[in-house]
Design a protein around this ligand. Sequence first.
Ligand code: URA
Length: 234
Amino acid sequence: MRLDRFLSETTPLTRSLAKRALKNGEVTLNGELIKQAATQVNTESDDVKLNGETLSLVGLRYLMMHKPVDVECTARRGLYPRVIDLIDLPKVERLQPVGRLDVDTTGLLLLTDDGQWSHRVTSPRHRCAKVYVADLAEPVEDQAAQWAIDQVAEGIMLDGEETPTQPAVLRFITPYQAELTITEGRYHQVKRMFAALGNHVSSLHRRSIGDIVLPDNLAPGEWRELTPEEIAGF
Ligand code: URA
């Protein structure tokens, strides 16, 4: 593996920041100062240090993916390919989805092996906003739309649950399409909220989590590492 890629996979540094660290003389390979980003690293046996700290490929990693349909967020192999099957990184099975998406849901999925960070993103206590766009089977207009907006703002009792959903924000883009912003992550929450409103979600897409918005240039199935700023935002 190239040294700059090794650095970007074992630290929060991006490829370009890794190159800068190399230029600045912050990196050693088996005790020797190295400045060339293209230097090859044997990831099993070489000792790479950044500012004196040994780097290991199994360190903390933070990724975003544009999850396509028919891909599962589970760790076990099943009927569909898993999201980690789309990621060509060493020790990929260590990465866990941060808040799962259903197999038929598309959009922004975060993955990490940092359990504490994951908890900060998903725990309802942290009130991290997740924005979904739902296509609806039934059109919703005028008074019905306002009623649905008010219900969602107050909190909805979902089938089989004892506490209502946290106040959330519903906005209709068209009568057949709505944007829903929630701060929890209950099981099938968005689909169940629309079911409680008497509708049916025909397709669902997650647009953003906190300040991280799915970039337009990330096609379904593609992923990239989060930037240090994106990681620090939670
Ligand atoms: N809510 C759902 O119903 N499904 C998802 O995939 C995510 C949120």
